[in-house]
Design a protein around this ligand. Structure first.
Ligand SMILES: [Zn+2]
Ligand SMILES: [Zn+2]
Length: 338
């Protein structure tokens, strides 16, 4: 949902309760009614989520588990991903202990090809497509890997509380409040999100003043070097790679640019309303012609001629040759202009 869609949906939500003639007193009453109807709708969806059974399309354990934990709407999205996860080719790129890296490519769409990194002992993983980071639903690529690795339930850290049937019970914000001690040490995704949040906050400070920007970039530079040297110490097998990174860092410093810390993907493209600009075909894109235009094109309507001079394309009033030729006799096919 983008911002325009959100404001439009709120507008249309209130449209049925409030209009331009509503007085302030009426507004208070109708506003309550509007909220009541929204609460009623939520209760109804709650009820359906809890008591109506889902239609399973695959019948796998994974699908059962999704039906058990997710609300109706989220389950439908999850099910779509699960069904599509069958159409992928999985190529192992690398393996390091229980950590695997796979290239997962669609049989039908060459653009739908992403790299999945996964630690099978903790079942923590990320996918290049970032669907989980954007929507909180496991993507078809990770699900495809889970399938071949016999992971038959959705791992706990991939189930967001807000998408579960219990999501609107209690105060999720405080219950889910991340603490460094437990969560971030376990889940790579949670660690990644935590750091992203930090960097986001820092970037807003950097926007405010040049001094703050310099402090932030300077310290981040230190952190970056520290982390890189840790990588080198811990991981001698990947020594070459980190040296390449180090070179890249030094190159960047030579150009006095701040080091690039975040790898930000393209946002999801949402469908806009209305007819597309440019397009599929001339016939769809051009407007409908009026009856007169069609008739003119086929030559079935007589062109109007000037009563004054007998010429085409103007009438007697706008005739330039008016004064000279007021007495010119009219022609047989001439029509009277009004
Ligand atoms: Zn993915
Ligand atoms: Zn004329």
């Amino acid at each position: 949902m983008n911002t325009t869609q959100r404001s439009e949906s709120i507008n249309s939500f209130f449209d049925s309760f409030v209009d331009s003639t509503t007085t302030l007193k009426q507004f208070v009453v109708r506003y309550e009614k509007a909220l009541d109807s929204r609460r009623e709708k939520e209760r109804r969806e709650d009820f359906e989520s809890r008591h109506k059974s889902r239609i399973l399309r695959i019948g796998s354990k994974m699908e059962h588990h999704g039906a058990l934990v997710y609300t109706k709407t989220i389950f439908n999205l999850f099910q779509d991903e699960l069904v599509k996860s069958n159409q992928f080719i999985k190529e192992k790129v690398s393996k390091d202990g229980s950590c695997y890296e796979y290239k997962v490519s669609s049989c039908f769409d060459s653009r739908d090809s992403f790299v999945v990194r996964i630690d099978l002992s903790s079942k923590v993983g990320t996918c290049q497509c970032n669907l989980f980071e954007f929507k909180g639903i496991l993507c078809r690529h990770i699900l495809a890997i889970f399938h071949i690795k016999n992971v038959v339930e959705i791992p706990k850290h991939f189930i967001l509380k807000r998408w579960t049937k219990e999501g609107n019970k209690g105060n999720g914000v405080f219950e889910n409040k991340p603490s460094v001690e437990d969560d971030h040490e376990k889940s790579a995704t949670a660690r990644c999100l935590h750091v992203c949040r930090f960097i986001n906050q820092l970037s807003s400070f950097a926007e405010k003043s040049e001094e703050q920007y310099k402090v932030i970039v300077g310290d981040l530079d230190q952190i970056f070097k520290k982390v890189l040297s840790m990588e080198e110490d811990n991981n001698s097998s990947q020594k070459q790679i980190s040296e390449v990174n180090h070179d890249a860092l030094e190159n960047q410093q030579n150009h006095s640019d701040p080091p690039l810390l975040l790898n930000i993907g393209d946002p999801h493209i949402s469908q806009t309303k209305g007819r597309k600009k440019g397009g599929r075909g001339e016939s769809q894109n051009s407007r409908f012609k009026s009856g007169l235009e069609i008739a003119l094109a086929h030559g079935t309507v007589k062109k109007r001629t000037c009563h004054g001079c007998g010429g085409y394309g103007h009438n007697k009033r706008s005739c330039k040759g008016k004064e000279k030729s007021t007495n010119t006799p009219t022609f047989g096919n001439t029509e009277e202009e009004v």
